[in-house]
Design a protein around this ligand. Structure first.
Ligand code: IFM
Length: 779
């Protein structure tokens, strides 16, 4: 990967690859993936290669292949596909000679460009430029432009169309459906998912130009789940350029904004849109697309890092780019997948990754989107109730992995091979990784305090907070011997410790959840009697409240030892300590499993990811700086950061502890999870949570932004490498612009009012009317 190809206005906006390596296809497919939250398109090349993974996902269109499989996001038809024959030779970069090659993702324009000079095995030379984008302005459109300039007169043959033979690793989620050609040019393929019955309408059309529009000789063909054209006998004179444009649209019967009722109406609408976008042409479509990106992302929440390390600015833009590509902002029945919309990994499912890692980005910069993502959780309460009931509990027990709103739990049961037993490893998360419930409650509370969105609280927030607390109150187990409530048999955030008792993160956040519910029941009772009555009817608040108050002080909260260490669970600190050097310095994550199976790992003091440390980040007021440091010193050396969620959390914490250089090192390592030199880490898709975490490392870490106890704190501390950091955040309905340097920070209210805003800056509460500047002080 090359990060320095952008110059002038495009400095720190371009990510490039300078060579074609078939064994590294997955990296580029993911890192360069395109999308608009409605759909995500893996960046495969037009022409086919072995080991490629051609993926097109439309958010929220889940399907279940068979009763014993879990719901997953189906891989839709391939509309990118084009096969070229140049003077009778297939265009194939594994053959002949590559004289020049560069593929670049322009983050600003969200456009992918591949430039190749290729010599075919028979000695002919061609310059080819491939461009494409997935429109942010028209969520259903994909535009491609291919320019071919031969160095000798050339006869071109092209096969191109819609290929619905795609699968999810062999699983076909679509019925055959109908195919049809309209007006001799517009290809149509209608397919329906096998179980969920969602109709997909795919359309593609080509447009050819050689100085002027041409109509090459063509023949339409159909095959199983496939419709395509064979174009032949296109003669391109030496040094002239043939441009081929391909416009495709994807619509589904899940599209909320459509008023169509039948598949036929859906298909007609889609066909009309395809005609419209073809008429607009690539350049106009691109212009609109760029403008929308600017409005939604680059001008909306710009972050500027002045640094001697150019990579840092690129890294935060890369994170913002992919967050926009993966987030279904158009529909509150959908959420973000752990791999966004860029790969089959985790089946398109939503995890706590959204609430704890991604949501803060939106809460602080685009509350509307944050609210939409939280509304998804509210709407999935039925599944959470079912899961609670099935497990003998009350209230809302959110699934560890989520797909459809009312699905309940969709975590697969069996995972990777156990190297000792030779059996598949059981995935316990869906059964006992339960902290997701308080994570969602926490995120709703955080959203409320940062945005001040009372309407959200009245409609959804109080209910979410109380219903989740009801789950915890029923989940607690009374221990007669110790006379306390415990939470046993769980997996905490550290997934290398299964079936543990009293995981600190789980117990503390459950306690926090119940405590908040008590506060809100009281508030409703006194200040909002009508809402109290409504929720009482639904949740039986009186009984719930009684239980909350009874259990609260009896919940066991593991206590810090004399040396300041908080036990991660009842047994972690008694487990064997081994030399982890080899695994800490690993090139690929999970190297521990080449030597141990999960059962053995369970018995070692080794962590996959932040556990106690993330507790100390989220509930920061409960722990002193000394305790945080002691726990860092104890747990970090035992943490392999085998989950991509780990490094960014550690970076924020290192910032909190005043170790900016360590924080910077961790920020860099987090940024390299997808963008770095390891060419295998991103094969299954982008690391969505890590990208949200990178934003947190910058804004919550170096930018020192935090909402604690309902109050805002902004106390930036930059790493040495940075001269300045500029960003803006939304705080309770207004925008604050923050510029921090090594010496001072200036906070400016974009829409000042007479009511001053209170912000804690370096330990002092400041009443800011329009702007405030402070010297940088260590915290
Ligand atoms: O949610 C995470 C989990 O914390 C670690 N394993 C991967 C999941 C999805 O990203």
């Amino acid at each position: 990967m090359n990060y320095t190809t952008g110059t002038g206005d495009l400095q720190n906006w371009l990510v490039s690859e300078d060579g074609f390596r078939p064994e590294w296809l997955g990296k580029g497919e993911t890192v360069f993936s395109l999308g608009n939250g409605y759909m995500g398109l893996r960046s495969v090349t037009e022409e086919h290669y072995a080991n490629e993974t051609r993926n097109l996902f439309v958010a929220g269109t889940f399907n279940k292949f068979a009763a014993n499989e879990v719901t997953e996001l189906p891989n839709a038809a391939d509309v990118l596909w084009m096969e070229f024959k140049l003077n009778g030779v297939r265009f194939d970069l594994t053959q002949g000679k590559i004289h020049a090659y560069r593929r670049t993702l322009n983050l600003k324009q969200a456009e992918l460009i591949r430039e190749v000079t290729w010599e075919s095995p028979n000695g002919d030379v061609f310059e080819l430029v491939f461009k494409r984008f997935v429109s942010m302005a028209n969520l259903h459109s994909i535009a491609q432009r291919v320019s071919i300039t031969p160095k000798q007169q050339t006869v071109l043959t092209l096969t191109s169309g819609i290929n619905g033979q795609t699968t999810n690793s062999g699983v076909q989620h679509f019925l055959e459906g109908d195919k049809r050609l309209y007006d001799g040019r517009f290809m149509q393929q209608i397919q329906t998912t096998t179980e969920s019955g969602i109709d997909f309408a795919f359309h593609s059309v080509h447009h050819f130009m050689l100085n002027e529009t041409i109509e090459p000789k063509s023949i339409i063909k159909m095959d199983r789940r496939k419709i395509f054209f064979d174009y032949s006998d296109m003669i391109i004179p030496q040094d002239e350029t043939l441009t081929i444009e391909k416009y495709s649209t994807i619509f589904t019967s899940r599209d909320k904004e459509l008023t169509v009722e039948t598949t036929e109406e859906l298909a007609n609408h889609a066909l009309n849109v395809t005609k419209e976008i073809e008429a607009m042409g690539y350049d106009r479509l691109l212009e609109e697309h760029i403008q929308t990106w600017n409005e939604l992302v680059w001008e909306h929440a710009p972050i500027a890092i002045e640094s001697n390390a150019m990579f840092d600015q690129l890294a935060i833009r890369f994170a913002q780019y992919h967050l926009a590509v993966m987030t279904p902002k158009h529909d509150n029945r959908m959420n973000v997948g752990a791999k966004g919309l860029s790969g089959e990994g985790y089946k398109g499912h939503t995890f706590w990754d959204t609430e704890i890692f991604i949501l803060p980005y939106y809460t602080y910069t685009n509350p509307k989107i944050a609210r939409s993502l939280l509304e998804y959780r509210y709407q999935s309460l039925s599944g959470a109730h079912r899961k609670a009931k099935e497990n003998g509990y009350e209230g809302a027990m959110f699934p560890w992995e989520s797909a459809w709103l009312d699905d309940g739990e969709v975590t697969p049961i069996w995972g990777a091979a156990d190297i000792v037993t030779g059996e598949a490893t059981k995935i316990w998360s869906g059964f006992i990784e339960q902290h997701i419930t308080s994570d969602i409650a926490f995120a709703a509370w955080q959203y409320y305090h940062v945005t001040g969105d009372q309407d959200f609280m009245d409609r959804y927030g109080y209910e979410l907070l109380i219903d989740t607390a009801k789950f915890w109150a029923s989940r607690l187990e009374w221990d007669e011997e110790t006379k306390r409530y415990e939470i046993n048999e769980v997996v905490g955030p550290d997934e290398y410790k299964e079936h543990v008792d009293n995981n600190a993160f789980t117990n503390y956040t459950a306690h926090w959840n119940i405590n908040k519910a008590i506060e809100y029941v009281e508030l409703l009772r006194t200040d909002k009697p009508e809402l109290f009555e409504q929720l009482n009817d639904k949740l039986d608040l009186e009984t719930a409240d009684e239980r909350f108050r009874h259990v609260l002080d009896l919940i066991y909260l593991p206590q810090v030892r004399e040396d300041g260490v908080l036990p991660q669970d009842d047994t972690y600190l008694q487990k064997e300590i081994i030399d982890l050097t080899k695994y800490k310095n690993q090139e690929n994550v999970g190297s521990l499993f080449l030597d141990y199976n999960l059962e053995q790992v369970n018995e070692i003091q080794v962590s996959k990811q932040a556990d106690v440390m993330i507790l100390m980040y989220l509930l920061e007021d409960l722990f002193s700086a000394d305790v945080k440091r002691a726990n860092w010193n104890y747990y970090e050396p035992k943490t392999l950061h085998d989950s991509s969620l780990s490094l960014s959390t550690h970076s924020v914490l290192a910032s909190d502890l005043g170790d900016q250089e360590l924080a910077y090192d961790l920020f860099r390592r987090a940024s390299e999870i997808d963008l770095g030199p390891n060419m295998k880490t991103s094969d299954a898709g982008i690391h969505a949570a890590s990208l949200g975490g990178i934003w947190q490392a910058v804004v919550n870490g170096f930018g020192g932004v935090r909402m604690a106890g309902g109050k805002l704190r902004i106390s930036p501390m930059l790493p040495k490498a940075w001269t300045s950091l500029t960003f803006s955040i939304d705080w309770q309905g207004e925008t604050l612009d923050v510029k921090a340097t090594q010496e001072k920070v200036t906070i400016t209210r974009r829409q000042p009012t007479d009511d001053a805003v209170t912000i804690e800056v370096y330990g002092e509460e400041r009443l800011i009317v329009d702007a405030f500047t402070s010297e940088v002080l260590s915290v």
